[in-house]
Design a protein around this ligand. Structure first.
Ligand code: G3I
Length: 449
């Protein structure tokens, strides 16, 4: 499953599937709205509204922070709401928000390319100096922060934080209605001290769910508990956590590699509420805070496989129903037990989801060498080409690595990861916090090399 080296192939590929989307400025999309509260204006309905090219696109503000996507009838953001909506398919012109912060955004507005920094001494700097900027994230554990080297490298190299376990349901609400914020608060305040953004991970997920929640039965009980959890958690972190993984890993296949019989995962949420639990979770989340970004997040949707296709259709349906989703996180756990995906596969998937009018993110990247299923050389190629695929796409807003140093990786002790307590060699730093060659390859991709 290894891919060819990328730069040329990727450019050719992007052209093949739509060079003319110049800036994803998007002639194929509905009209873009204004970029501020007062100037939001709708594009006229129809396929001709979006203009092409990075410089002339009439979509929302450059980059990926514009409004979420409308379906057939773009409508303005409600007063005070930050996201207007634009049309996706040319049938609906978006209208600017009446007094929302961003007005209606053309779903595909923004520049065609991301320009790399001329130089950078950290990944974080490379991301911040890129135009548009790219967030460089890491999964952070509260216990890791006790180690001065861990904390120093984490803050120097990243500007985006996902709590590895501390914001999961069992950590935050171990008993019904009783919340425990200690470790999560610690990570958030550390992030604030270091000028890092935080992604909340994760509101609705079948794993690390306390027993009492798993045992609830009946739609009413499950909906009430889900609502209480989302309200309390988002309320507690309001103003501090700007992005949320609202639903995580809702889809299952026979193999963890994303192959075979894709279907909705049977969880307490799905079993009691049906597939509409996703719509409901996003709507409840949006009610709590109109300004945060709301994401769906999953693994093994990085390659071209059954699961990626199924999740694509699921998300497309949500967009068409007007569910308030802002983006999709591609976890990018490469190697056992998950999928292998080359840069071309990743570019293909990022683009088709972005073309729904969504942001895309690489949300949990690591590349497992256990079992030697991924060779050292393949690992370097994957790191470069996958990060490059995101970097080349302005709608790809973040690359997060799932940990800092190899010795702390979840893979080392994960039963199906083939490590058996050994070292997965999966990340960018060794256990003396020295940069590995994987780091250099990521830096190359961020600097356009
Ligand atoms: O906290 C307990 C501790 O009290 C106990 O003594 C110890 C004994 O095993 O377990 C500790 O809990 C572990 C927890 O990590 C905290 O270290 C769990 O056993 C272990 O299963 C858990 O693993 C986490 C895993 O999610 C659970 O699903 C990994 O650290 C974490 O990296 C991983 O992260 C997930 C993302 O959230 C979603 N995407 C996949 C990704 C990798 O699996």
């Amino acid at each position: 499953m290894r891919s060819a080296p990328l730069t040329l192939l990727l450019s050719a590929f992007l052209c093949a599937i739509g060079c003319s989307d110049g800036g994803d400025g998007g002639g194929e999309t509905g009209g873009g709205g204004g970029v501020d509260a007062t100037s939001g204006t709708g594009g006229a309905p129809g396929v001709t509204t979006g203009t092409t090219g990075a410089t002339t696109g009439t979509g929302g503000a450059p980059g990926v922070t514009t409004g979420t996507t409308g379906v057939t009838t773009g409508t303005g953001g409600a007063p005070g709401v930050t996201t207007g909506t634009g049309g996706t398919d040319g049938t609906g012109g978006g209208t600017g928000g009446s007094d929302g912060n961003t007005g209606g955004g053309g779903s595909t507005g923004g520049p065609a390319e991301r320009t790399p920094a001329a130089s950078a001494s950290t990944l974080r700097e490379a991301g911040e100096k890129a135009n548009p900027p790219l967030l460089i994230g890491a999964a952070i554990s509260a216990s890791g922060l006790n180690d001065g080297n861990y904390s120093r490298v984490a803050a120097a190299e990243h500007n985006y934080v996902t709590a590895e376990n501390e914001m999961k349901w069992d950590a935050l609400e171990p008993n019904p209605g009783q919340f425990s914020w200690g470790s999560a608060d610690r990570i958030v305040s550390w992030a604030q001290q270091n000028n890092m953004k935080v992604k909340g991970h994760t509101l609705v997920w079948h794993s690390q769910l306390p027993g009492w929640m798993n045992n609830l039965r009946g739609a009413q009980q499950v909906e009430q508990a889900m609502r209480r959890h989302i309200e309390n958690v988002m309320g507690h972190f309001k103003g501090k956590v700007e992005h949320w993984d609202v639903v995580n890993e809702a889809v299952l296949t026979d193999s963890d590699t994303g192959v075979g019989n894709p279907r909705m995962r049977p969880t307490v949420f799905y079993n009691e509420l049906g597939e509409q639990y996703l719509d409901l979770a996003f709507k409840i989340a949006r009610e709590q805070d109109p300004s945060v970004k709301l994401y769906y997040n999953d693994y093994s949707i990085d390659a071209r496989n059954d699961k990626a296709d199924f999740v694509y259709e699921m998300i497309k349906g949500m967009v068409e129903r007007g569910v308030p989703i802002d983006g999709v996180g591609f976890q990018m756990h490469i190697g056992p037990p998950n999928n292998e995906a080359g840069g071309e596969d990743v570019a293909y998937n990022l683009k088709r989801f972005a073309d729904l009018g969504l942001e895309v993110l690489i949300s949990e990247m690591d590349i497992n060498r256990c079992g030697n299923q991924v060779t050292a050389e393949e690992q370097l190629t994957y790191y470069h080409d996958i990060v490059e695929a995101c970097f080349l796409m302005p709608k790809c807003v973040a690359v997060t690595f799932w940990g800092i140093n190899d010795g702390r990786s979840w893979l080392n002790s994960w039963s199906t990861a083939m490590c058996n307590g050994g070292n997965s060699q999966s990340l960018l730093f060794n256990d003396q916090y020295q940069k590995k060659e994987t780091y250099n390859r990521v830096m190359d991709a961020l600097l356009g090399r």
